[in-house]
Design a protein around this ligand. Structure first.
Ligand SMILES: CC(C)(COP(=O)(O)OP(=O)(O)OC[C@H]1O[C@@H](n2cnc3c(N)ncnc32)[C@H](O)[C@@H]1OP(=O)(O)O)[C@@H](O)C(=O)NCCC(=O)NCCS
Length: 185
């Protein structure tokens, strides 16, 4: 699979494309006292769950069925989130392969005690795989980027995809080499 080009994979599927806007989703949530860490600000894991939830909703909408999280990378926390803040988690499909989708997520916080516009507090990129009833990968519709920003995100996602695959392959090869030399337990 890794050796095939994305275009070759896509032409195999022959599923009609879907525009980015068809699955774009925003999830909003008010942070409460049960969401805090020892410092009294919101626990990063709470934000990560919201990110996974929003991205999962997008992946399900785009693929028209169940989709599972394959990876989450570049989760960045820019500013602390506080109790009472209204958090908006905005997610969209950036890129599609044969059965996988990269979902980009931006996290914004509306401060409960300030009248300033919502501030970006985090972001992440997740890869979801669409699966069938047996949990096996199934083909997804190609995403159709609609705006210049969508097209930029598509191109950036392709760069991340190339790096993810290269890293996975390099680590796999190193492990196989070390195992063949009897270097690891
Ligand atoms: C994700 C999963 C379905 C992949 O299955 P697989 O048998 O490895 O199938 P494939 O190798 O064909 O991968 C399917 C697609 O996912 C992509 N993918 C798989 N693992 C990936 C990873 N770690 N990072 C990025 N992409 C990944 C593949 O590149 C492929 O994309 P493509 O079809 O667009 O080319 C499988 O590993 C799985 O079920 N994982 C558990 C998911 C889960 O439970 N998530 C919730 C966490 S609690």
């Amino acid at each position: 699979m890794d050796g095939m080009t994305d275009q070759a994979q896509r032409s195999e599927t022959e599923i009609p494309g879907k525009p980015t806007s068809a699955s774009r989703t925003t999830l909003s949530h008010i942070m409460t006292g049960s969401d805090t860490n020892l410092l009294g600000t919101v626990h990063g894991g709470v934000i990560m769950k919201l990110v996974d939830d929003a991205a999962g909703a997008v992946a399900g909408r785009h693929s028209g069925g169940p989709a599972v999280t394959a990876s989450m990378d570049e989760m960045v926390f820019l500013e602390p989130v506080r109790v009472g803040d209204l958090v908006h988690v905005k997610a969209q499909v950036n890129w599609t392969g044969r059965s996988s989708m990269e979902v980009g997520v931006r996290v914004l916080a509306e401060r409960w005690n300030e009248s300033t516009p919502a501030q970006q507090v985090g972001s992440a990129y997740l890869v979801f795989a669409a699966v069938d009833g047996d949990g096996k990968p199934r083909a997804v519709p190609p995403v159709i980027p609609e705006t210049d920003r969508d097209r930029r995100r598509y191109q950036e996602a392709q760069i991340r995809r190339t790096h993810r695959l290269a890293r996975r392959r390099a680590i796999k090869e190193l492990r196989e080499k070390r195992a063949a030399e009897g270097l690891d337990d």
